[in-house]
Ligand binder design. Structure first.
Ligand SMILES: Cc1ncc(COP(=O)(O)O)c(C=O)c1O
Length: 446
């Protein structure tokens, strides 16, 4: 084991020397017209690549296979073949089991037949398909909004929307646990940015009192259901604070749609708040709706600004018609069959109760579709995921930098289609494996 470690360190030293050598050579005795050394074109000398090599070597020392990019055979249902063997799946956000639902598949196939696969141009210039308008009308209605706009990616929706709405005269205040796409959008916008402690409304209120006057517009970004922690903010408090300070509120419902509220309309329905009190609703088509893409819902003026200005919409192809049709059909089923939402809620509560009873640390989780089991550091989470995989259960590790290093975790997604015995089995197996995880890590240290 120590040999492997020594080999790893020597490899990294060599790689580092190679890069330093390249820099020195470029500036010293080498004639200007000499061809660049081959290493200058070698991406494996970049620090990011070296960090990956380091992680891989550490995983090898623990005898772990990579949990990432595993081959899944079939739609993301509770049971499917992963890497060639049957597994229980807790790694997909097919919350209401609508990905692969026969009506959804038929709607996508019909759209493909009648409207083509790709829009083959930006909607601004290449025109739209009936499916775009139907989907956006349905999404606007779900959020009680005047209008909605669908984008080809959920991540790009946040990035391009934030970058379009705010600039350096403005301020974005985002919850510490907000999704990467919110942070990236805020960065790209060039606005001032502040990250507030998770769900700390007093901090938010006080800071707004101090800085509101220094900015033209202020946008507060939160999630309806936090994707790493499985908890929700207090929407009434946020609305009251943003109203008093004259700020916009943006709520990312990527994980709230289909999960929160009796009919799955999200946090506003769950907490009894008029959705029109929120300026910007964001959601994705890739979770409950089992398709791919993202959307913004809000006032007609907001949507007009985005559809004529947001680079990720104007300069990007329109959402593929089969995806628009699939998402619209899934939304229709979600509203028609609230028993799916109820089943999901019961499963979420069941998972939380079972995990707590087994002594697992579920952090802030509230018993919804997302429950983390916090394990403390990246290696512990990664090894637990590996042993679970070997035991026939798929739950992925979430490690630094996605979460702080000491809060590395396994994240379990439950759906309406899991049954309680599957949940019990997963929780019991994890609880049984944790001592083995710790023994292996102790052996490595010793
Ligand atoms: C809260 C949140 N917002 C946005 C996104 C991006 O959505 P997509 O994966 O559909 O691009 C995600 C992705 O998981 C998410 O969790």
């Amino acid at each position: 084991m120590s040999e492997a470690r020594a080999a790893l360190i020597s490899h990294l030293r060599e790689a580092h020397r190679g890069r330093a050598g390249q820099r020195g050579a470029a500036s010293a005795d080498v004639p200007k017209d000499a061809p660049a050394p081959a290493a200058a074109f070698d991406f494996s000398t970049l620090p990011r690549y070296q960090a990956m090599t380091l992680h891989r070597a550490a995983a090898d020392m623990l005898g772990m296979t990579s949990p990432f990019f595993r081959l899944h055979d079939g739609p993301p249902e509770p049971e499917l073949a992963i890497d060639g063997a049957p597994r229980l799946n807790f790694a997909s956000y097919n919350y209401l089991g609508l990905n692969g639902h026969p009506e959804v598949v038929a709607a996508a196939a019909e759209a493909m037949r009648t409207q083509g696969i790709s829009a083959c141009a930006s909607r601004l210039v290449g025109g739209e398909r009936p499916g775009h308008r139907a989907l956006e009308a349905a999404l606007a209605a779900v959020h009680g909004a005047e209008s909605a706009l669908a984008f080809v990616s959920g991540h790009a929706t946040n990035v391009t929307t934030l970058a379009t709405l705010v600039d350096r005269e403005d301020l974005v205040l985002m919850d510490q646990l907000s999704h990467n796409s919110i942070g990236e959008g805020a960065k790209l916008s060039g606005s001032h940015r502040l990250v507030f402690p998770h769900n700390d409304y007093d901090w938010l209120d006080e800071r707004l009192g101090q800085v509101r006057g220094q900015h033209r517009n202020v946008l507060i970004a939160v999630e309806g259901l936090y994707s790493m922690d499985g908890d929700s903010p207090d929407l009434a408090r946020l609305v009251e604070i943003k109203d008093r300070h004259g700020a916009w509120l943006m709520v990312d419902e990527a994980h709230g749609l289909g999960v929160l509220g009796p009919t799955g309309r999200g946090i506003a329905e769950a907490q009894g708040i008029d959705p029109r009190r929120v300026e910007i609703w964001m959601g994705t088509l890739s979770k409950t709706l089992g398709a791919c893409g993202g959307y913004i819902a809000g006032s007609q003026a907001l949507i007009d600004i985005l559809r004529f200005n947001a680079p990720g919409f104007v300069y990007s192809v329109g959402l593929a018609a089969p995806l628009a049709a699939a998402a619209a059909k899934a939304l229709e089923i979600m509203l028609r069959e609230p028993e799916r939402v109820a089943r999901l809620r019961a499963n979420g509560q069941h998972f939380l109760a079972a995990a707590r009873a087994a002594g697992l640390d579920t952090g802030h989780a509230q018993g919804t579709a997302v429950t983390p089991v916090i394990l403390g550091h990246s290696m512990r989470a990664a090894l637990a995921s590996h042993l679970l995989h070997e035991a026939g259960i798929s739950a992925l590790p979430i490690i630094y930098p996605a979460v702080p290093e000491k809060l590395a975790r396994l994240r379990f997604f439950v759906t309406s289609e899991h049954v309680p015995s599957q949940i019990d089995h997963a929780v019991a197996t994890l609880a049984r494996l944790i001592p083995e995880v710790d023994a292996r890590l102790a052996a490595l240290r010793g």
